[in-house]
Design a protein. Structure first.
Length: 177
């Protein structure tokens, strides 16, 4: 099976929302609202079309999805734009085949080409570090959620983008609606 990563198209939306719902159906840590968040993000000013990607089989079946949207890392005297990874989803029957990795790496590559320096996520502490994500707190970056630090991560997409970066990740209001 060949997998192609491409930018989503408007006609993909219903498939994407169903895919996300299926991918998170059995995830205990999920609030099972991820598909509604993506629907809101699609309509928000934080949405970056080039960073909304699908994984498609050679039979044109969409089996994976990733979205990176604008967030900020805010300190007392500055705000730096970063990207929030939310969500990364693969249909259950296609998981553990490297599709999530393909989506993540391609999203990182495209984000770096667009000039974004960092990406943050709230995610599985054993999965994301293998792709370069590190605990954000180790860089003086905090998340606005009451979760253990090992789930709050950051990656540098361009060299030295983390240098001197400190503060709290500020998610747009659309994340909390």
């Amino acid at each position: 099976m060949t997998i192609k990563i491409r930018q989503e198209q408007n006609g993909d939306y219903p498939i994407i929302y169903n895919l996300i719902e299926s991918a998170f159906a059995d995830v205990q840590e999920s609030d099972h609202q991820e598909q509604f968040l993506v629907e809101r993000l699609h309509k928000s000013d934080t949405f970056i079309p080039q960073l909304s990607l699908v994984a498609e089989t050679d039979k044109n079946k969409i089996v994976g999805y990733i979205l990176l949207t604008k967030v900020e890392i805010v300190s007392e005297n500055s705000a730096v734009t970063s990207l929030g990874v939310a969500p990364l989803a693969v249909l259950p029957e296609f998981q553990k085949q490297g599709i999530g990795e393909m989506l993540l790496k391609e999203a990182h590559r495209r984000a770096a080409l667009l000039g974004y320096g960092t990406a943050v996520l709230l995610g599985h502490k054993d999965y994301y570090p293998r792709f370069g994500y590190r605990k954000a707190i180790d860089f003086g970056i905090e998340f606005p959620f009451d979760v253990p630090h090992e789930f709050c991560m950051i990656i540098e997409l361009n060299p030295h983008a983390i240098d001197g970066l400190r503060g709290t990740v500020r998610y747009p209001d659309v994340f909390f609606e």
